[in-house]
Design a protein around this ligand. Structure first.
Ligand code: FAD
Length: 347
């Protein structure tokens, strides 16, 4: 599928240019493409100039059709939207999705397949890569060329440059915090990208896997999504109990912030697992990250060190969190949070 074209005198870098076409695996909710999938489109746009980007959406019913319309006009780089409309893909289970990606790759011969490094992407992309017999590159934070990627290693303490030398397609997950999308990125083009239906005549459920959809529960929808929030307020083991953790929730509410937690706080049962920030949780990079009772273990820092402004409150002056903080307060959080809540109520 690579097309070798003649050298361009204006290109100082290479005498060979390849035809790049990228398939973006997109997640949608409530009729809208998720922000993390738009970051995957932004990343695809940096693979090469003139990259032809197709976005793949799957599901069934009206919300899929709404998401397809949104996809067609949500980013100027998208050249087509592919829709797989079937009850078999009504829920984003990894096994049928991986089969779908395999099928769409057979029909489209893409040079690259990309997804955000979310639960959705991390679940589907490696399985699809196994079906296509290629090795995926994960957690890419910078794309230096069609085959050259930068990804963090050792919990973000070192950066590794990876040259992909495998067969096509080159498959990767990207960290959405490294490829931000402006909040109003909608294309002003009136008609948008064309929407096509994926030919599912050869898509069967046979041998699709053992997982079954049970139910979908969403947390408090009024609170911003942890992955995209401008402000995150995080609590650690220093909160001591689920009851005390409500202080963090109250503060987050006042600030219009998302709530985060350390693994220690999650393991202690203060909050559910989906709030965990860090190496084995969510990666966030908000404008403001406020950490209460968090020691600053490297696995936690791996998930938040790219935040623009970091504020830490800890009663231990030697806590490592202070090494990455822009503002640090050595104090008891049980005194500080009530004072903050009081001051914020006056506003
Ligand atoms: P602690 O380290 O116990 O720190 C609590 C802090 O609260 C202390 O600094 C203390 O001084 C302070 N404190 C106590 N009381 C008060 C008070 N009243 N006022 C102010 N400060 C107070 N961790 C993550 O967070 N995310 C991950 O994704 C993650 N992944 C991991 C992956 C692996 C493979 C491993 C091995 C570990 C991982 N961890 C992760 C765990 C990590 O190593 C730490 O154990 C964890 O981050 C510690 O959480 P903490 O800061 O809440 O708790």
């Amino acid at each position: 599928p690579f097309i070798i074209s003649s050298s361009s005198p204006s290109s100082p870098l290479t005498s060979v240019s390849r035809y790049i076409s990228t398939l973006v695996l997109a997640e949608h909710e409530g009729g809208l493409v998720k922000q993390s999938s738009l970051s995957a489109v932004a990343a695809a746009g940096t693979i090469s100039e003139g990259n032809s980007i197709s976005m793949l959406l799957a599901g069934s019913g009206p919300s899929l059709q709404q998401a397809a319309s949104h996809a067609a006009s949500c980013h100027p780089s998208i050249s087509q939207v592919l829709v797989a409309d079937t009850d078999k893909l009504a829920h984003p289970l990894a096994e049928p999705w991986a089969k779908l990606v395999h099928l769409v790759q057979q029909q489209g011969s893409y040079s690259h397949i990309i997804a955000a490094s979310s639960s959705f992407g991390k679940n589907i992309l490696p399985r699809a890569a196994a079906l296509l017999d290629v090795s995926p590159v994960t957690d890419v934070i910078e794309i230096s060329g069609p085959q050259l990627f930068i990804r963090p290693i050792y919990a973000g303490n070192a950066l590794c440059t990876v040259r992909y030398m495998g067969a096509e397609p080159c498959m990767m997950t990207i960290r959405s915090t490294s490829f931000p999308v402006p909040l109003n990125s909608s294309d002003s083009k009136s008609n948008g990208a064309p929407i096509s239906q994926v030919d599912l005549s050869t898509f069967s459920e046979d041998g699709i896997g053992k997982s079954r959809y049970l139910k979908h529960t969403s947390q408090d929808t009024e609170r911003p999504d942890l992955g995209n929030a401008r402000v995150v307020v995080t609590g650690g083991r220093g909160l001591k109990s689920a009851e005390n953790f409500k202080l963090i929730e109250k503060l987050a509410e006042k600030l219009g912030a998302a709530v985060g937690a350390t693994r220690a706080a999650v393991d202690a049962g203060f909050v559910p697992n989906e709030l965990q920030v860090g190496q084995t949780g969510k990666i966030v990079a908000p404008e403001l990250y406020v950490a209460f009772g968090v020691s600053g273990a490297i696995q936690h820092l791996a998930g938040m060190r790219d935040s623009k402004v970091i504020v830490a409150v800890n009663k231990d002056v030697d806590a490592p969190i202070f090494q990455v903080s822009d503002y640090g307060l050595v104090a008891d959080l049980f005194e500080v949070i009530p004072q903050l809540l009081e001051k914020l109520s006056e506003k």
